[in-house]
Design a protein around this ligand. Structure first.
Ligand SMILES: NC(=O)c1ccc[n+]([C@@H]2O[C@H](COP(=O)([O-])OP(=O)(O)OC[C@H]3O[C@@H](n4cnc5c(N)ncnc54)[C@H](OP(=O)(O)O)[C@@H]3O)[C@@H](O)[C@H]2O)c1
Ligand SMILES: [Zn+2]
Ligand SMILES: [Zn+2]
Length: 349
């Protein structure tokens, strides 16, 4: 077996470069995964630019990882060599902080974060905590499963935990990696589904993904359109602009919720009136745990939900990342390794 593997690391802020690294053995409670595919999430920008709290460089980004287990650390009993698994962003909890002790592992105060505190999936090999990996069903290709492990779980969990009922008017703002999956989940969960984007170019795609209605914010005031429809019970804000999020509160029905999953760099400005008069609320939602990932994957198989992806070889990570940052990806860039190709994952180049 080879003693080294290829990885793409952030060596300095803004610099993604291909490197060769020695293969390490997994520690106690860990597994070593032979990576087949890894999605490129917008959150990777916080690693690439070096701003993610707690990050030290060099670091391999990537937290939408699918591959096969090739080595087990001591004490790992649940998983088997050869099993196909996935790793998301929050990839291990400490088990001792207050949120953990209350069973709220996703909000662990000292988590293992793929691509931030530990090397992630822009690589041929990744070491992961066995307690935080998810089993990947056979129905999904590795390239299709990968985006479901962050973009998918984040939107799926936010929607399913929002206290909504079938038929509720639910809007998804931002039709990117997260949003294009959010639209599919909202539709398949039985909601009256509205997609909110900028410009007409994504309208057909959004409707093909299941949106009943598309609102173009370049031409219309999204909040006013939603109010004409009776007001949204929830708006899932996935975009990277805080300026675009605040005004959406006025599009909510009484008791409606603006669920923030996008993490813009700018502030979200809020007007107190629609919050107070109508009891509307705004809160954030952070991805989910490994078992939530398994739920996301299972629901996607059940309802035939798949990400729309563009694949690229691992070695072209920098170009693929740039394409995502430019908003050109439709809708998720997925890096495929040589093992992924050998296992039948199709690659664009
Ligand atoms: N909460 C979590 O656990 C979690 C998990 C993953 C990602 N995230 C965050 O979610 C956000 C989206 O990630 P992604 O991977 O989906 O990114 P992406 O594929 O790059 O998509 C970016 C989205 O932002 C929208 N956008 C960009 N500029 C905008 C503007 N000025 N006004 C309105 N919308 C704008 C785009 O909307 P259009 O469709 O109109 O072009 C697009 O839908 C990022 O901030 C990421 O860090 C959070
Ligand atoms: Zn992500
Ligand atoms: Zn904890």
């Amino acid at each position: 077996m080879q003693s080294t593997y290829k990885a793409v690391e952030v060596s300095a802020p803004g610099v993604l470069r291909v490197v060769e690294r020695p293969i390490a053995e997994p520690g106690a409670g860990q597994v070593r995964i032979r990576v087949e595919a890894c999605g490129i999430c917008h959150t990777d920008a916080a690693t690439v630019t070096g701003v993610y709290p707690g990050l030290t460089l060099p670091r391999v980004p990537g937290h939408e990882v699918v591959g096969r287990i090739e080595a087990l650390g001591s004490g790992v009993s649940k998983w088997k060599i050869g099993q196909r698994v996935g790793v998301g962003l929050i990839a291990g909890e400490d088990g001792v902080c207050q949120p953990c002790r209350r069973g709220d592992m996703v909000n662990c105060e000292n988590p293992v974060v793929s691509g931030v505190t530990a090397d992630g999936g822009y690589a041929e090999v990744m070491i992961a905590e066995a307690r935080a990996i998810a089993s990947v069903p056979d129905e999904l290709t590795s390239a299709d499963a990968a985006p479901l492990l962050c973009a998918g779980i984040t939107t799926y969990n936010a929607l399913r935990n929002a206290g909504l009922r079938g038929g509720d008017l639910v809007a998804v703002q931002g039709i990117g990696g997260l949003g294009h999956l959010g639209v599919q989940f909202a539709r398949q969960m039985g909601f009256h589904t509205v997609a909110i984007g900028r410009g007409r170019d994504k309208e057909k795609l959004a409707k093909d993904l299941g949106a009943h209605i598309y609102i173009d914010t370049a031409a219309e005031d999204a909040a006013a359109v939603l109010q004409r429809m009776g007001g949204a019970k929830a708006i899932l804000a996935t975009g990277t602009s805080g300026g675009a999020m605040g005004p959406l509160v006025s599009g909510l029905a009484a008791r409606g919720k603006l669920i923030v999953v996008g993490v813009p760099g700018d502030q979200i400005q809020l007007n107190a009136f629609p919050l107070v008069f109508g009891g509307r609320s705004i809160y954030g939602s952070l991805t989910g745990t490994a078992i939530d990932s398994e739920d996301t994957l299972a629901f996607s198989v059940l309802e035939n939900i798949r990400p729309m992806i563009e694949t690229a070889p691992l070695e072209q990570a920098a170009d693929a990342y740039a394409r995502m940052m430019q908003g050109k990806a439709r809708f998720r860039m997925v890096l495929v390794t040589k093992d992924g190709v050998a296992r039948g994952v199709k690659n664009a180049a």
